[in-house]
Ligand binder design. Structure first.
Ligand code: SAH
Ligand code: SF4
Length: 365
């Protein structure tokens, strides 16, 4: 059920179109039709995302006539921030109200001098991994590139004094490579000198492992890749991640081995540890063999439980034992205790459903 936003679309958009709907390709035609030069597109993006203007009439680099003509058909929709929840560990979860009333969550994670923004790429997810709350609800729709840009914009506008987003991870709701077109537009936009000039090296895309998308991503971008492996046999991976039936482990790993990985770069493997399912010492040994020859590091994520999941997080000794085995084979292995567990901001717990208590700008936690 869509969220009801109190600010937002309805009141301002009567008869007008959100100009962001035209991002990226439709803007060329718009300005051409108005007899304007192509660089107006860059100026528009720069004023909306670089400077954060909320009104077309404030884009003073445009002539009065142009502003006037744009305002006759368009307006700028900025998703209202419906809720912020703050975790004991400093993690903040932002709930945005999209133009169609859907809610989207992003998470700001401060950690050792870095401030990472985790954004969503879809509302829900079609891949249906059993351990993931997002996956349980199915896919509602893809997010547009501008809706990913808006998550970054709104997060930037709600930073504390002196804070700066240093990293962006596409690890929120959804499978980014199942929405390649919009995700790639987002990557181009966010790294454009007309907006934030964000470095590709500071962006990480996390995928359940779609081979075509992975190859294409490597051809077109230099962003970091994280692959959610989560199992060491096809039997267990088929069960946990149904996408494995289409792209089994051998095919996924062959794809990764075939990538032109530049020197000093490596693939991150994420491995959600689930008690009694994929966390045995034999699993660890098998993982070592599977990853042979791939420049990699491993992030172990102890499972974050949710009601009705049917899974448990392993005892800490078992997590440490798993890590130790990988390390003894010289695999850089880190335990990622998910941040923001107390506010359901942790990995796999994003859902942005209408069940979320909905209060404007409430400071929770
Ligand atoms: N669809 C992409 C990105 C979003 S999921 C992907 O699957 O990689 C981001 C990460 O959260 C993935 O590594 C996934 O394995 C992990 N995850 C999902 N549910 C989880 C849970 N309940 N506990 C811990 N990690 C989880
Ligand atoms: Fe989708 Fe990733 Fe969740 Fe799997 S783990 S259901 S791919 S969001």
């Amino acid at each position: 059920m869509p969220l009801r936003s109190t600010q937002g679309a309805e009141s301002r958009s009567v008869g007008l179109t959100n100009i962001k709907e035209l991002i990226p390709d439709g803007l060329d035609g718009l300005f051409q039709g108005l007899g304007e030069p192509p660089y107006r597109k860059d100026q528009l993006l720069s004023w909306i995302y670089g400077r954060g203007v909320k009104d077309l009439s404030s884009i003073t680099v445009f002539s009065k006539t142009l502003r006037q003509r744009l305002s006759e058909g368009f307006y700028i929709f900025t998703p209202p921030l419906l809720n912020i929840r703050v975790s004991r560990d400093g993690t903040r979860k932002l709930l945005l109200g999209m133009i169609d009333g859907e809610g989207v969550e992003s998470v700001l994670i401060p950690d050792e001098g870095r401030l990472t923004l985790c954004i969503s790429t879809q509302i829900g997810c079609a891949l249906g991994c059993r351990f993931c709350l997002t996956g349980r609800g199915g896919l509602k729709r893809n997010l547009r590139a501008y809706e990913m840009m808006d998550q970054v914009l709104v997060a930037m506008e709600n930073l504390k004094e002196g804070e700066r987003i240093t990293n962006i991870v596409l690890m929120g709701m959804g499978e980014p490579l199942a929405n390649y077109k919009e995700v790639s537009s987002f990557l181009r936009l966010a790294t454009s000198r007309h907006t934030w000039n964000f470095s590709q090296r500071r962006i990480t895309l996390s995928t359940a492992g779609l081979p075509d998308g992975i190859r294409r991503l490597f051809r077109e971008f230099q962003v970091n890749l994280a692959v959610s492996l989560n199992a060491t046999t096809n039997e267990v991976r088929d069960y946990l991640m149904p996408i494995n039936r289409r792209y089994p482990l051998e095919e996924l790993l062959k794809t990764l081995r075939g990538l032109p990985i530049p020197r000093r770069r490596r693939i991150t493997f994420e491995y959600v540890l689930i008690d009694g399912v994929n966390d045995s010492p034999e699993d660890a040994e098998r993982l070592v063999r599977l990853l042979k020859g791939i420049p990699r590091k491993v992030n172990l994520i102890p499972f974050n439980p949710f009601p009705g999941s049917g899974f448990r997080r392993p005892p800490m000794e078992r997590v440490l034992r798993f890590q130790e085995i990988l390390r003894s084979h010289n695999i850089a292995t880190f335990i990622r205790e998910s941040k923001g567990v107390d506010i359901s901001a942790a990995c796999g717990l994003l859902r942005a459903s209408s069940k979320e208590p909905l209060k404007i700008n409430e400071q929770g936690g």
